[in-house]
Design a protein around this ligand. Structure first.
Ligand code: FAD
Ligand code: 2HG
Ligand code: ZN
Length: 467
């Protein structure tokens, strides 16, 4: 029997996609990479995922797991050899259990993040992971990339939100680790190894996740700032004033919101005088509207007096708050439409951020005059999307010609500032050659040994994370 016939036996003929049906799954979200594959399959259960992996393992065929295909590092795109099978997770999209006393929810890995947020809300809870791709990314993809987003300050990354996993291993056997325990010290933590492994160690088919109380009130403000130094000063003050009530602190260079308005003119910038930088500040309060508003306004008042903030717009209601967040969340799409760009998903300690930005901006302008700096991101977590783009003075061709040199310059500076070259999006295919430049040899060696132990045939997402 051919491979495709064996796969059809497991998932049904209509769930084996080839030709035109396969095409949408061969290219990444940014249209940066297009690969080839024998087919894509859509299993409908963990048992079917297991069957697919067993057949592929027996044939030595690579398996590329794809969920929402929103990876920004080419992580879910097959290489160009053409022998891979793409495993689509979209049919595994059910809630398995919600345990109110344990404050947990167990879901299939193909559930779209936004649907999970809604299900939690309907049950009176909050599932806090929040990112601009939430309408299409899936829980398995969030887990495989240890996704971050805009609420990490308060709730942590996807790893912090996860208690248990179900995983199909590289030989097709199922590991049932769907535990709802907040304490479990019974040896090595396999769960935390699978989280962030980008489809290279196993296929996550379900997860037990933490739920939180819905906050009684939220306050959101957009701030106009003259410098990153001031943005850091506001963060320091906000941490002290709000402690765990501080849920979001996002920084945006002026050019980012200009680009959003240019691409989506219905989205208005809420200041007449455009500042160099914007920050989006949000708190969530357990007590209520009045308490939240009083502490929010007090902190902003002090910050004004100290000269850290030039102007501020406080959202008066949920609609205004959503509009402010919508500006922030549209930046990725606007950058994708307006310019050619290189993404640098870096993190450094917040205390090193000003120095990192000043040095890197200056060095880039000296070497590549006219290159467009369009930095934004999660300043509260020390994670900025230090993206650079083409401009009238620096063409898209120039940008692509100098891709490696720009990548190295920015990553070298992040490393020199005790930082990381990937805070959120992972290594995928695009950063695979950058990783050995910055990881210690010992770390890389241990990673390779883990990969060999979990996937001795190297069939799980080959060409991603490690060569
Ligand atoms: P995919 O893109 O399909 O896959 C991502 C990786 O995970 C691939 O390596 C894939 O092989 C692997 N994988 C997928 N499913 C599984 C599974 N079930 N088992 C094992 N491996 C699997 N990321 C952030 O961290 N924070 C953000 O704020 C953020 N914002 C974004 C905004 C936009 C507009 C876009 C396009 C992307 C953003 N991202 C962000 C990046 C991306 O959305 C996240 O990494 C997301 O978690 C990926 O989920 P996905 O379902 O699309 O996964
Ligand atoms: C975000 O924070 C995402 O919105 C995407 O991580 C970042 O576009 C980017 O580079
Ligand atoms: Zn981000």
């Amino acid at each position: 029997m051919t491979l495709l016939a064996s796969l059809a036996d497991i998932v049904g003929q209509k769930n084996v996609l080839t030709g035109e049906e396969l095409a949408p799954y061969l290219t990444d979200w940014r249209n940066m990479a297009t690969g080839k594959a024998q087919c894509a399959v859509r299993p409908g259960s963990t048992a079917e995922v297991s069957g697919v992996v067993k057949v592929c393992a027996a044939a030595g065929v690579p398996v590329v797991t794809q969920s929402g295909n929103t990876s920004l590092v080419g992580g879910a795109t097959p290489d160009d050899k053409g022998n891979a099978v793409i495993l689509l997770m979209s049919r595994l999209n059910k809630i398995r259990a919600l345990d109110a006393d344990n404050a947990t929810i167990t879901v299939d890995a193909g559930m779209i993040l936004q649907n999970l947020q809604a299900a939690a809300r309907d049950a009176g809870f909050l599932f806090p992971l929040s990112l601009a791709a939430e309408g299409s990314c899936m829980i398995g993809g969030n887990l495989a990339t240890n996704a971050g987003g805009t609420q990490v300050l308060r709730y942590g990354n996807m790893r912090d939100l996860t208690l248990g996993l179900e995983v199909v291993c590289a030989d097709g056997e199922i590991w049932d680790g769907l535990r709802g325990l907040r304490k479990d010290n019974t040896g090595y933590d396999l769960r935390d190894l699978f989280i962030g492994s980008e489809g290279t160690l196993g296929i996550i088919t379900a997860a037990t996740l933490k739920l939180f109380p819905q906050p009684a009130a939220k306050c959101t403000a957009m701030l106009a700032l003259s410098s990153v130094e001031n943005a850091v000063a506001v963060l320091r003050r906000a941490r002290k004033a709000f402690d765990t009530a501080l849920t979001g602190y996002e920084l945006m260079a002026g050019v980012c919101l200009d680009m959003v308005h240019q691409c989506f003119p219905q989205q208005k910038i809420p200041f007449a005088d455009k500042p160099a930088w914007y920050a989006l500040l949000e708190i969530s309060d357990a007590e209520g509207e009045e308490h939240a508003r009083a502490m929010f306004e007090a902190m902003l008042g002090e910050s004004f007096e100290a000269g850290e903030i030039d102007d501020a717009v406080i959202a008066e209601n949920l609609t205004q708050s959503k509009d402010l967040w919508h500006l922030r969340e549209s930046i990725t799409l606007a950058q994708a439409q307006a310019v050619k760009s290189i993404k640098h998903d870096i993190s450094v300690p917040v205390s090193n951020m000003v120095s990192f930005i000043e040095k890197t901006d200056a060095e880039l302008q000296e070497k590549f005059p006219g290159l467009l700096n369009m930095t934004f991101g999660h300043l509260g977590d020390g994670n900025l999307h230090y993206n650079v783009g083409s401009s009238e003075r620096f063409s898209g061709d120039d940008l692509m010609k100098n891709y490696d040199a720009i990548y190295n310059l920015v990553h070298d500076n992040a490393h020199a500032h005790q930082g990381s070259i990937s805070a959120e999006h992972g290594i995928g295919a695009f950063k695979i050659d950058e990783l050995p430049r910055y990881k210690q040899a010992r770390e890389l060696d241990l990673m390779k040994r883990i990969k060999a132990a979990f996937d001795p045939l190297n069939i799980l997402n080959p060409g991603k994370v490690l060569r």
